[in-house]
Design a protein around this ligand. Sequence first.
Ligand code: DX5
Ligand code: ZN
Length: 226
Amino acid sequence: MKSQLLDGKVAPSVLAANVLDFLNELRDVEAAGAGVHHFDVMDGHFVPNLSFGLPILAEFKKHSQLPLDVHIMVSNPDETALQYVDHGADVLVFHIEAARHPHRIVQALHDRGVLAGVALNPGTPAAAIKEMLRVVDVVNVMSVNPGFSGQKFIASTPYKIREIVGYLQEVGRLDDVVIEVDGGIDANTAKLVCQEGASLLVAGSYVYGTSHRKDRISALMDALKR
Ligand code: DX5
Ligand code: ZN
């Protein structure tokens, strides 16, 4: 069964929150209907930007009422993935392009009792994660090139989701793996990806970039229900 921690939920991306007002920001999206917090870690190397690291994650965890989906856009997930678990991740998503021994990372995460996810960049073919589909709990299909909030949704993403769904059917895990989509999600793009089987929607600017957060999260929840 798909993880109930994640399935059918909207995950506002903290990257688009007001960093000087984190506490109110996280409380605000929780009250507006968020189901998960998406926490983006960027190392300035795997992606051309820096975001938040371990101390901020630990502080965030103390105040969060929701599970933390930690997406590490870093060059060395083999060495660092577990540190994010120590600091509060409930779900740890690493990039297939950066991992040297992805099964070892997944095993280590499972040994620690957290959910394991693999992310793939828009330029990475779905086939690159085929083997991982036997073991992960989540696949994060990046619908923008990672690094920044507020970028345009890449239109071929729904086709890639369809391919991944086909692979999941082949290995008999369609009912076990949550398909997460990350980047450029709004009410319209959400429909496109949910039609293909996405069940966890990350949204940065669409949710945090407005004062109408409740309406925006509701619009995304509507897309998930169809
Ligand atoms: C991009 C991050 C995303 C980002 C999404 O590298 O992984 O989580 O915050 O932001 P929007 O929804 O604004 O594209
Ligand atoms: Zn992300």
